[in-house]
Design a protein around this ligand. Structure first.
Ligand code: 5AD
Ligand code: FES
Length: 346
């Protein structure tokens, strides 16, 4: 066992069969070995620092119909909302005072939030917060729109590939959505100059070990600056409501593997991980993640941005995720860093 993990740490890559072996032999001992290595590797670049990003979920309207997602367009029970530009700017102001220097604007693919409105918003945030990074998570757009977003002052873009296997992609999405389009978007974003994040759900319906190996290989080739992974969690008003959730153990194993493959990547301990286990995010950091993304959305809309059931940080007590997460991170001997936290230059 330690031969493979040692090789992964040294070469930052493995043969397909070796990745497969790791995924099929996910024991506590293996996880401990990998997370020790992953933590050490993360520490070499980031010390005991963890970056924070303020997440603003500004619209849950979505034209897509992904079978796993709670805000899919055919979920008629979703309570739809869209924040106005002043409301979003308020979130930024509150976030800035709390020490956030990255704002993540995330929304469904909402056709009524026009590109022009988005550009105006980006420009306003850029001029109001010159020392902050602007991260977008708005799904697939034409290249020209991505270029305009970049020119307006956005710096980073999150777009998970979801699964790198064609057949699996089609089991998760209606046929209007195509893996090749998703990959082309990621390529465009990179070429334009965004710091790019991709990722996938762990334990998504019909996922096989081979699919996960393909995800790892895809990520190695894309070489993104950010990698977001979290467990799949069923949502009651989706076709996959009866599907099993992904596990804490498999997610932690994959975080460690990804850290060893891409030592300098920005890898969040996600809200989904915190949802399947009360200590999920802390365990994610201890497995090699180095980013947390507290929710900055107004408490009144948080429960409506429900991609999956039982999402944490949606009650009144969650008004202050920033404070909560700081305590959690300090509780495991790490420290929140409040600068922008760009991808480290070589
Ligand atoms: N469980 C976990 N993650 C989900 N996402 C969407 N639906 C779910 C779910 N049911 C993830 C997708 C998407 C990201 C914003 O949230 O990977 O890219
Ligand atoms: Fe949101 Fe703890 S991080 S309530």
């Amino acid at each position: 066992m330690s031969k493979i993990t040692e090789k992964l740490e040294k070469e930052q890559f493995l043969e397909k069969e070796e990745f497969k072996w790791l995924l099929e032999n996910n024991t506590p001992d293996l996880r401990a070995d990998l997370s020790n290595r992953a933590r050490r590797v993360a520490g070499q670049t980031f010390g005991n620092g963890v970056y924070v990003r303020g997440l603003i979920e500004f619209s849950n309207y979505c034209k897509n119909d992904c079978y796993y997602c709670g805000i899919r367009c055919s979920n008629e029970q979703a309570n739809r909302y869209r924040l106005s530009e002043p409301e979003i700017l308020d979130c930024c102001a509150i976030g800035y005072d709390l020490g956030f220097r990255t704002f993540v604007l995330q929304g469904g693919e909402d056709p009524d939030f026009t590109d022009e409105q988005m550009l105006e918003l980006i420009r306003n945030i850029r001029s109001g917060y010159k020392d902050c990074a602007i991260t977008l998570s708005l799904g697939e757009r034409p290249r020209a729109v991505y270029e305009a977003f970049f020119a307006a002052g956005a710096n980073r873009y999150l777009l998970r590939h979801e699964t790198a296997s064609e057949d699996h992609y089609q089991k998760l999405h209606p046929k209007q959505l195509r893996l090749e389009d998703r990959k082309a978007c990621l390529q465009d974003l990179k070429e334009i100059g965004f710091q790019v994040g991709t990722g996938f759900m762990v334990g998504s319906p019909h996922q096989t070990v081979e699919n996960l190996v393909a995800d790892l290989l895809f990520i190695k080739t894309l070489n993104p600056q950010m990698i977001g992974i979290g467990p799949f969690i069923p949502h009651q008003h989706t076709p996959y409501k009866e599907a099993k959730a992904g596990t804490l153990e498999e997610t932690l194993l994959l975080i460690s593997i990804l850290r060893l493959m891409l030592p300098k990547a920005l890898i969040p301990a996600t809200t989904a991980l915190g949802t399947i286990d009360p200590k999920g995010r802390e365990l994610g950091i201890l497995a090699g993640a180095n980013v947390v993304m507290p929710n900055l959305s107004p408490v009144s809309v948080r429960k409506d941005y429900a991609l999956y059931d039982n999402k944490i940080c949606t009650g009144d007590e969650a008004a202050e995720c920033r404070v909560c997460l700081t305590k959690r991170i300090e509780g495991i001997g790490y420290e929140i860093l409040t600068h922008r936290g760009d991808y480290p230059q070589d």
